[in-house]
Every structure is written in C-alpha cells, then in structure tokens.
Design a protein around this ligand. Structure first.
Ligand code: NI
Length: 178
C-alpha cells in the first residue's frame, strides 16, 4: 500500500464526472487499499478516487465505526432532510453547513466486486452523499448559498495564493498511543 497525493480545490479532476469501474480488478483493489491508507493518514471520514487524481467511481468511507468501499455506487432511495457542517480533504480548513437527505439507501460493489445494498442515516449517510457527489464532480461548496460559497472561495484563495500546484503530500499518520 502507499499514500497518494491529495488533489486540492482548483485541480480539474475534482470537477470531472468519474467513469464507471464495471469490473473490479487488482488495480482497483490497490486503489481502494491506498485510498483507505490515505484517508486514515489525512484523518478524513471519506475519500473519493478523484481526490487522489483517479477519475473512476470509487470511494471509501469511515464513519460511525464502519469502514467500507463503494465502487460504482448509486443512491436508490433518499428521504428526510438534515443540516450539518461539512469539510473536505480537498478544501482543508474550509467548512460550511450543508443540507442533505437524512437517510439514503445505496447500491454499490465492495472491494471484492460483490454487489451490496446499504441503508444509512446520520453521519454515515452524509459521508456517503458527500463522496458520491465527488464522483460527479460536485463539491460541498456547491450546496451553499452563492454568497456563502463566494466568501469561502475568497478565503481559500487568500490562504492559497502562494501554492504552486493543486496537489498536497499526505504525511503518514503517527501511531496512536496505546
Ligand atoms: Ni470531500
């Protein structure tokens, strides 16, 4: 396994609709493993493949004690409404309140290529929707009011005016104390 570089706001791949995987092979499994490792090192609750520069429909989630990969995920049901603050590993230090359905049912494939159906609510449902948005080139900023979004993007640009590229190296997570 290896850590992958994170793509940050401004990187074109974050705005691309990622392509279906179809068949899960060794390359996809390696991508999933690397994404789990990168998400853990970056202390995220989810990560989509285009955030590591790969425009394929693969995402990983670690929320409410559950870790899973979603390959070619589709939301088949959604209901309710909830508002909560979100952030994104591709837009560090920027947060905003996002309104989303409270509960979703998804269908996807796991790391082995087996199809599954999952019913999720709360933080898990939010993380799933945030990651599936990524696969469609959508960022949480897009769910905010135009004024709020403009404010946050300006803040981001001020803080990143000296950046020379759109990627960031992720440092290996230090071992938790025992
Ligand atoms: Ni994100």
């Amino acid at each position: 396994m290896s850590l992958r570089h994170l793509h940050l706001l401004g990187s074109p791949v974050l705005r691309q609709r990622s392509a279906e995987v179809g068949t899960v092979d060794d390359e996809v499994r390696r991508l999933v493993d690397d994404m789990f490792e990168t998400m853990d090192a970056a202390k995220g609750v989810g990560l989509a493949a285009n955030q590591v520069g790969v425009a394929r429909r693969v995402a990983v989630v670690d929320a409410e004690g559950e870790r899973f990969a979603m390959i070619d995920p589709v939301i088949v049901e959604s209901e309710g409404r909830s508002v909560a603050e979100e952030g994104c590993l591709s837009i560090p230090d920027i947060y905003g309140d996002v309104t989303r359905p409270e509960r979703v049912v998804i269908e996807a494939m796991d790391r082995e290529g087996n199809r599954y159906r999952m019913d999720a609510a709360g933080l898990k449902a939010r993380a799933i929707q945030h990651e599936i948005d990524h696969l469609d080139g959508i960022l949480f900023l897009d769910h905010l009011s135009p004024i709020r979004r403009q404010m946050l993007v300006s803040k981001w640009r001020r803080e990143h005016k000296d950046d020379t590229g759109y990627t960031k190296e992720v440092q290996t997570a230090s071992a938790p104390p025992d």
